[in-house]
Design a protein around this ligand. Structure first.
Ligand SMILES: *Cc1c(COP(=O)(O)O)cnc(C)c1O
Length: 360
């Protein structure tokens, strides 16, 4: 069997140890004689599995008791609508930061349900940086302010959490959740598609402060109302059981290695190594503003653009997969999520140096 290093932006690598464990338990889950895939979501075994996963996530992120954790479906993209439908029941107004592709989609979706104000945008800079939010643009009467913590396609991230006073903060943390510690208590709502840092595609994580549940717009479909899922502990309908099980294994994997401080340390090391290679090179050029660089998605281009295809092909031949940039921006992108080991980044850097020597 051959395993390669996969730098895909999502779905992306899972920890080797988690895959092995899942393989061992695939056909006979801990003495039950069946697979988690075949198990009733109402069975005591599965309920215990889901509870363990939630407890591990709470421990990792130190989630305060007045927050609910939900395991949903529909991806982060469904949350663009769900967040708006659930939170726009006050003034009907919300502030949004437009820092990338998914931020723009979130805005488009929210505009269907309320009066949305774009308080800051880096579209003019082709989203290569995180925009400053002028205080004067923020509406103290807004139901919430929404921002995308890590911009997966452009390789930028917020290094400071916006100050909004009493206005709840909502953040799409799809591509940075569990990459480093975060202060959950500063947020009203966090959501993430699982397929970047947590589990296979099909699971969506939601962390919501309890006072924000229960005020959904009357048009909100039952399945889109957070109150539905809070009331039924994410079991109103069949949840994505197998993904919740894998997410639980991933959470335990992080806890075993020492939690999010350790995870952050590893991620910083990986990112420094890769950006260091890019900055020292005359062939590669980073595309994100240095101060706003993501430690999860590293975006760069070749100064000899015509070599991009060859770079991607030769990297793949060496077991370094999915380095092409998003189709909307081109260039190259290495996503170095939690499960990408340091050795994977080393192998990529070695390849990049070799490629530069030969073709730069
Ligand atoms: C991948 C991604 C999305 C889209 O997630 P889906 O689960 O595919 O809907 C949204 N926001 C961010 C920041 C992402 O990285």
């Amino acid at each position: 069997m051959r395993r390669v290093y996969n730098f895909s932006a999502g779905p992306s690598m899972l920890p080797e140890g988690v895959l092995k464990r899942a393989q061992e338990e695939l056909r006979d889950y801990r003495g039950t004689g069946i697979s988690v895939m075949e198990m009733s979501h109402r069975s005591p075994e599965f309920i215990a599995t889901a509870e363990r996963a939630e407890a591990a996530l709470r421990e990792l992120l130190a989630i305060p008791d007045n927050y609910h954790v939900l395991f949903l479906q529909g991806g982060a993209s469904s949350q663009f609508a769900m967040a708006a439908m659930n939170l726009l029941g006050g003034s009907g107004k919300a502030d949004y930061v437009k820092s990338g592709h998914f931020a723009a989609r979130a805005i488009e979706e929210a505009e269907k349900y309320g009066r949305i104000s774009v308080v800051a945008s880096s579209e003019g800079q082709n989203f290569s940086e995180i925009p400053e939010i002028p205080k004067a643009n923020m509406d103290p009467d807004a139901d919430y302010l929404h921002f995308t913590m890590n911009n997966t396609i452009y390789g930028t991230r917020f290094t400071r959490i916006p100050q909004t006073g009493f206005v709840p903060l909502v953040s799409d943390v799809s591509s940075c959740i569990l990459s480093e510690p975060m202060d959950v208590g500063r947020f009203g709502l966090l959501y993430a598609g699982a397929q970047k840092n947590v589990a296979p595609a099909g699971l969506t994580l939601v962390v919501i402060r309890e006072d924000l549940v229960g005020g959904a717009l009357p048009i909100t479909p039952t399945m889109f109302d957070y109150a539905t899922h809070v009331g039924k502990k994410s079991m109103y309908n069949t949840p994505p059981c197998y993904n919740i099980y894998i997410a639980g294994l991933v959470f335990e994997w992080i806890l075993e290695m020492g939690g999010l401080e350790e995870m952050a340390e590893r991620n910083r090391k990986k990112a420094e190594m890769l950006y260091g290679c890019i900055d020292a090179s005359r062939l590669y050029r980073g595309t994100a503003k240095a101060a706003d660089r993501s430690i999860m998605n590293v975006t760069f281009v070749l100064r000899r653009e015509e070599l991009t295809g060859e770079f991607v092909e030769r990297a793949a031949m060496e077991g370094l997969l999915t380095l092409k940039g998003h189709r909307s921006v081109g260039g190259l992108r290495a996503s170095i999520y939690n499960a990408v080991p340091l050795e994977g980044v080393k192998a990529l850097v070695d390849f990049m140096e070799k490629f530069e020597k030969e073709r730069g």
